[in-house]
Design a protein around this ligand. Structure first.
Ligand code: ADP
Length: 464
């Protein structure tokens, strides 16, 4: 059974039960009230009937006068003499004769109490009152006044109809109200249920528009928030999925290229006709490509750790100039080989960062500068600016045109793929730089002019 039907039935049953109970109670209450009023009335009436009958003369008009009194009062009257024998009975009905002899116990009670007795037994349809007479002109000694309870209950017939009509009208209204009310309560619940079903089916584009300030309104808002969250999570998941696919495609491509070159070199080396110089050349090619794959895996491991390891960087205080000097020492032979001068500028400056990772950043930037500079110099500079140490790597190389600058730090992005691969690049160097600096809450900046040179810089907090 639906919630709407359950609610409607609950209201209907409760209200029908309530209305019926109130109506029945009202009828019983009114019946009891009428009966007690009837008893009071019969006592009063019996008193004046007794006075009237006491004064009747026992002549030929006695019966007629008695009849008139009975008619006027609306009661049945029975009169008994001193011995308790029925003396007169009006109005006379063959089918409803009064007892011929008054009960002696009853008569004794009259004599003892001199009172009026009202008989009202639940199983008897009659209400009876007795009175002791002190007759002046006749032999009447006891008066018995009788009335049918039905006559007392007569007004209730009309009242009962009023109550029943009211009851049916109320039940009709209750049906109408409960159906409308349950519909208004369950409608938003049905809307919520539909929205939840759509969300579970993956449709998170719709939002519920319930302008309510009650619990249902709160639930609708939570559901909307849930759908929004799911929607953005879905978009993010799709984006990550595409990124991951692209990443795997790039890796495959990056490994396949050097492997091909190595396979080619090995093939050539199998030939007996090669002289020593040619043999040396192919061995060197294979070695370079092996180093490239090695670098690729090293960069991948760094990026993977950046993505997943909370402990990716271990900060400490160190002199950034010392790291610059190490890099210069390591890469100077490479620069000199190309006829480039490697210049260090700036003063000693202690920063709070991970020294190994900053060394990797500088190594990547300086290696790139050497790779993409044909003549001139590469300057590595550090200077203090406010609370930060600004480190920059500047070259006089080929430069980078503006359209590449936005995507320069993306994984596997190169301005010139063929040239980068020729130079043994993995396409991951700058994204490693970016990731390491982001882990330090820092950023890498670049400015460059094609044919003039490039400048990469970043800042690190000076140690306290
Ligand atoms: P790669 O391994 O190819 O050097 P990077 O991520 O380090 O990969 O660099 C991405 C690309 O950015 C390079 O392929 C190159 O085109 C460009 N690039 C990086 N540094 C420089 C530089 N100093 N001068 C000119 N171009 C650069």
């Amino acid at each position: 059974m639906s919630i709407r039907a359950k609610l409607a039935w609950t209201f209907i049953l409760l209200l029908i039960f309530g209305i019926t109970a109130i109506s029945s109670y009202s009828i019983v209450f009114i019946r009891n009230y009428l009966l007690s009023e009837g008893e009071r009335q019969i006592i009063n009436d019996t008193r004046w009937l007794a006075i009237a009958i006491q004064n009747l003369r026992s002549d030929e008009d006695f019966e007629t006068n008695l009849n008139e009194i009975a008619y006027a009062s609306g009661y049945r009257l029975a009169i008994y003499d001193e011995m308790g024998i029925l003396y007169a009975e009006v109005p006379f009905h063959e089918t409803a004769r009064a007892t011929q002899q008054l009960d002696s116990v009853l008569r004794d009670n009259f004599i003892r109490d001199g009172a009026m007795i009202v008989e009202d037994q639940a199983d008897v349809d009659l209400l009876i009152a007795y009175a002791l007479l002190q007759p002046l002109h006749n032999e009447a000694a006891y008066l018995k006044v009788t009335i049918h309870k039905e006559r007392i209950y007569e007004p209730i017939k009309t009242i009962r109809w009023i109550i029943y009509t009211g009851m049916f009208i109320s039940i009709g209204l209750v049906l109408l109200v409960s159906i409308t009310f349950s519909r208004s309560i369950t409608l938003p619940i049905l809307q919520l249920e539909k929205a939840a079903r759509e969300i579970s089916d993956g449709n998170t584009t719709q939002s519920l528009n319930l302008e309510r300030s009650d619990e249902i309104g709160t639930l609708a808002k939570s559901l909307n928030r849930m759908a929004d969250r799911l929607r953005s999570d879905n978009i993010e998941l799709k984006r990550l999925y595409q990124k991951q696919n692209q990443f795997f495609a790039d890796i495959t491509h990056e490994i396949r290229n050097p492997l091909h070159t190595i396979a080619g070199a090995l093939e050539m080396l199998k030939m007996n006709t090669l002289d020593d110089a040619q043999r040396e050349k192919y061995i060197l090619t294979a070695e370079r490509q092996t180093q490239r794959i090695n670098r690729l895996f090293k960069d991948l491991v760094t990026l993977q750790r950046y993505d997943s390891d909370d402990q990716f960087i271990q900060v400490q205080s160190f002199d950034v100039l010392k790291i610059i000097n190490i890099i210069v020492e390591t890469l100077e032979p490479e620069a000199v080989e190309k006829g480039l001068s490697l210049i260090t500028a700036g003063e000693s400056c202690h920063v709070t960062a991970d020294p190994d990772k900053i060394e990797q950043v500088l190594e990547n930037l300086v290696t790139n500068a050497i790779k993409f500079t044909a003549e001139g110099s590469i300057t590595i500079n550090v200077h203090q600016e406010g609370g930060n140490a600004v480190v920059e790597v500047k070259d006089t190389g080929i430069g980078i045109s503006g359209e590449h600058l936005d995507r320069l730090f993306d994984r596997f992005y190169r301005t010139d793929k063929a040239r980068s691969r020729d130079k043994g690049g993995t396409g991951l160097g700058l994204s490693v730089v970016k990731s390491i600096l982001e882990a330090h809450n820092s950023q890498i900046y670049v400015e460059s002019e094609p044919g003039v040179g490039s400048r990469f810089w970043f800042s690190l907090p000076v140690a306290q």
